[in-house]
Each structure stands twice: as C-alpha cells, then as structure tokens.
Design a protein around this ligand. Structure first.
Ligand SMILES: [Zn+2]
Length: 55
C-alpha cells in the first residue's frame, strides 16, 4: 500500500472513502478531509491525489 504514516493520507476521489476508513482504523479518530493542490499520487493507485485526510 505504499508509505503511509497514519497521520496524513493522500487519495484520489475514487479512494477517499477507503482512506477515511484506514485513517479511522489507524488513529481511532475522525479525520478532516481537505482538498489538496499538491502534486502527489493517491496512496492506493497511481492517480493524482485530490484529497488530504489528516487530523
Ligand atoms: Zn486512488
């Protein structure tokens, strides 16, 4: 699944729900879902990330 530090997950629009689930499972807290302009790939596929899931 690539490098995931648990505190911040980047995801595309397809994988945002999976990213939220992973965040909640890992951190046991509800995340913020922010739109990101950074040129980073989704944690789950090779698309450009659209969302930043963070605390
Ligand atoms: Zn994706």
């Amino acid at each position: 699944m690539g490098n995931k530090d648990g505190k911040i997950i980047y995801s595309c629009s397809v994988h945002v729900e999976q990213a939220i689930d992973d965040y909640v499972n890992f951190n046991e807290a509800a995340p913020q879902i922010l739109i990101t302009n950074k040129v980073l790939n989704c944690t789950y596929c090779d698309k450009k990330a659209k969302y930043k899931i963070t605390e």
